[in-house]
Ligand binder design. Structure first.
Ligand code: SAM
Length: 269
């Protein structure tokens, strides 16, 4: 196996395990998470209805489901592993799951009207190569919407230190960390987040300027802009629903804890 293939296998194994347990969530929590992601990415019926869409790194499919619910013509969920929530997609014969790496997509040039990818690029071995693939398979006039981790803030710095012992010099390897986490019998979302943050092999962070310039502008995408889909009140409502933690990246708590926060950028080819 090449080094990239080894890293992708470790990434697939980690998320497959995380999402399998997260699928124990009630349908209601699963749907609520999808609604939050849809809103956070600034998606609207106008951007989705009748469109041929791809959800890059679809995980357990919460966002793919929302695209279908909002009238996507065709929806392609692509991921390294298949962990779509069982039973949720049966009524949609326009949902297609493709098991593939985003670094080498099995689609022709200019295939999709809309590509969304939430929380994925920063976990790939080569995020710019992945973005280039998105640009290749989106149609001229089609849209790409990305959600990626922002730099700075207290939490990323603490996490960086913790990952020295879990990923860089794995004194506490995943097998041990996972056992400890499982002994604690945590809620599946907290378990997911702990395993994800501590053991995902690749974790990059960006500034909004880097995403706008080095990704969107550098690859010829137009009208690129940062999107703020959630207000402070929306974020609180979703936090209260206990499905996810989420902050409006403009609010002061988020700035202190998460720096640039979760950065959403959209642009048109
Ligand atoms: C943090 S999860 C996000 C899942 C989903 N987009 C969401 O927002 O719930 C990252 C997902 O990206 C997938 N992924 C990471 N690297 C990938 C790659 N090179 N090709 C395809 N999928 C990848 C993982 O398997 C995982 O399901």
């Amino acid at each position: 196996m090449t080094n990239n293939a080894t890293v992708e296998k470790a990434t697939a194994d980690l998320y497959s395990d995380c999402f399998a347990r997260l699928n124990e969530w009630t349908d209601e929590s699963w749907l609520k998470q999808g609604e939050m992601l849809y809103q956070n990415l600034g998606l609207t019926d106008e951007k989705v209805k009748g469109k041929k869409c791809m959800d890059g790194g679809c995980g357990h499919g919460t966002l793919s489901y929302q695209l279908l619910k909002h009238g996507a013509g065709e929806e392609y969920g692509v991921d390294l592993h298949k962990t779509l929530k069982v039973g949720m997609f049966e009524k949609y014969n326009n949902m297609h799951f493709t098991q593939a790496s985003l670094l080498s997509l099995p689609f022709e040039n200019n295939t999709f009207d809309l590509i969304v990818s939430n929380g994925v690029l920063h976990h790939t071995v080569d995020s710019l190569a992945c973005f280039k693939e998105f640009v290749r398979v989106v149609k001229p006039g089609g849209r790409i919407i990305l959600g990626v981790y922002g730099k700075h803030g207290l939490f990323p710095y603490v996490l960086w230190v913790a990952r020295l012992f879990t990923v860089k010099f794995p004194i506490i390897p995943k097998s041990v960390g996972k056992k400890l986490i499982d002994i604690l019998g945590l809620d599946p979302m907290i378990r997911y987040q702990l395993l994800d943050y501590l053991y995902v092999p690749c974790l990059e962070r960006y500034s909004p300027k880097e995403i706008l310039q080095d990704f969107f502008a550098a690859k010829g995408m137009k009208e690129a802009r940062r999107v703020y889909g959630l207000t402070e009140e929306d974020s609180k409502r979703y936090r209260d629903a206990k499905t996810v933690y989420t902050y409006d990246p403009r609010d002061i708590t988020s700035k202190l804890l998460f720096g640039y926060g979760f950065i959403v950028v959209e642009g048109v080819k």
